[in-house]
Design a protein around this ligand. Structure first.
Ligand SMILES: [Zn+2]
Length: 333
């Protein structure tokens, strides 16, 4: 018997029940101990018709700030004052989230949930989660915010990304601007595929990927709260821009810049010393990071291949050959 995508959560009923809040789990696959691989859903169905905004967190289990913002935003919404529907999926990759890991330990082969779209109902667990989520939830949405962050690996200045050059690009760009942070990432020439934002673009669903927070900035605790609040303000800003709730958009930066994000990997392995901080500008040829061996000899540098602005860097003080050293933005006009 194929139990994949068996669903104990009546999503259609939750959507149809105007003026209500429904919470539950969507079951994906049954584990050897009889418990389910599942993800939580919160549906806040407004009294009036309107957009269906899907907001998800923890495609990567070590990226927490969006998760908390989704929970708090959903709990603060009043269905009587909501036009349309808020669909919150605070933790998509529950198995990874429970262990504070970027990816799930459950697959036979290592799979990154946000590189596994469109997934398959016959695949490993991560591939099944993607398929179940895409077919049953994502395709019902009119707009999507899919949260990410630096997790254990990166410090990233808060940004909101969108994909240009498709039918939903203009609406996605408006959502990214409304989110309100300084950096807007125009996602072109991305060095990977199989991620939700790209899948949404194929489906014509406006979608943004905010990247906010990381483990490196969570102490003192006030830093974590600040990043959760950036996420929460971003969600309500987008909801205001879609006329789902009333109120003025709250800017989260004095200015906004549109960039293309470039990943620079280190050729050398060693102790990683970052020389420029977000959101410093630099010119072609400047040293962005230096790498030293354990005798203190410099063994490598990460150089700016062009003018740009710093967006993030690898936070672990040791870098391996081929790993992320610096993320910078090529500023678009
Ligand atoms: Zn992520």
């Amino acid at each position: 018997m194929n139990k994949t995508c068996f669903c104990d959560f009546d999503f259609e009923a939750a959507l149809a029940k105007r003026g209500s809040v429904t919470k539950g789990y969507f079951n994906v696959a049954c584990k050897p101990d009889g418990s389910w691989v599942k993800f939580p859903i919160i549906v806040v169905s407004g009294v009036e018709d309107g957009p269906r905004l899907l907001v998800d967190g923890a495609h990567h289990g070590d990226e927490y700030e969006g998760v908390q913002a989704i929970i708090e935003t959903a709990n603060a919404l009043d269905p009587k004052k909501l036009k349309g529907t808020f669909i919150g999926v605070p933790v998509l990759n529950m198995e990874a989230f429970m262990y504070g890991s970027r990816i799930s330990p459950m697959d036979y082969s290592t799979l990154n949930l946000n590189r596994a779209y469109p997934g398959t109902p016959q695949g490993f667990i991560t591939s099944r989660i993607v398929d179940a989520y895409l077919q049953n939830i994502v395709k019902k949405a009119t707009n999507i915010i899919t949260f990410h962050g630096g997790g254990d690996a990166l410090y990233l200045e808060p940004l909101a990304s969108y994909i240009p050059g498709n039918d939903s690009a203009e609406a996605s760009y408006k959502m990214a601007k409304a989110f309100g942070v300084e950096i807007l990432w125009r996602m072109e020439d991305v060095p990977f595929g199989g991620f939700l934002n790209a899948e949404a673009a194929k489906l014509g669903i406006p979608c943004i990927t905010p990247e906010v927070g990381s483990q490196s900035i969570q102490h003192p605790y006030a830093n974590r709260r600040r990043h959760i609040e950036i996420c929460a303000t971003g969600i309500t800003n987008v909801m205001k821009s879609l006329c789902m709730i009333e109120g003025d958009i709250v800017p989260q930066a004095e200015k906004q810049i549109d960039i293309t994000l470039i990943y620079l990997c280190s050729d050398a392995g060693g102790i990683h010393v970052v020389k420029k901080m977000p959101v410093e500008s630099f010119v072609k040829g400047e040293v962005l990071a230096e790498i030293f061996d354990v005798f203190g000899e410099k063994v490598g540098e990460t150089l700016a291949p062009e003018d740009g602005v710093m967006v993030g860097y690898g936070v672990y003080p040791v870098v391996l050959p081929g790993n992320w050293s610096i993320l910078y933005g090529r500023v678009n006009s």
